[in-house]
Write a new protein. Structure first.
Length: 116
């Protein structure tokens, strides 16, 4: 994409593309919410329903699985933060590049105008 693709008509005001929530972001967030709901459900069920029944190796396996779902939810959150940082960095770079191009265009236009 070129910077000119983001210009709004003759005023050339820079705007960000409408890439707020891509399908990849939605899928990553859906998985994060799913893992968090499963971990929360396992926590509630483990403390209420399964508490008297869990013992020995079953106790360890159950809570290890709950811990894994919690870790997966945290991993999805970290991946989402990384993607947002990358997108923000790219947008800042595009804005900086556009601003420099605009300044250069203004200087070229000033040089072309005859002095009065």
């Amino acid at each position: 994409m070129r910077v000119a693709d983001f210009a709004l008509g003759p005023t050339r005001h820079f705007c960000y593309p409408a890439r707020v929530n891509t399908p990849v972001d939605a899928r990553r967030r859906w998985f994060g919410v799913f893992f968090l709901i499963v971990a929360g459900g396992m926590l509630i069920w483990g403390q209420t329903v399964f508490n008297p029944r869990l013992g020995g190796i079953g106790f360890i396996i159950y809570w290890l699985i709950c811990f894994c779902f919690t870790g997966l939810a945290m991993l999805m959150a970290l991946l989402d933060i990384r993607a947002l940082r990358r997108r923000t960095r790219d947008q800042h770079r595009d804005l900086f590049r556009h601003t420099l191009e605009e300044i250069e265009d203004e200087k070229k236009n000033e040089r072309r105008k005859p002095r009065q």
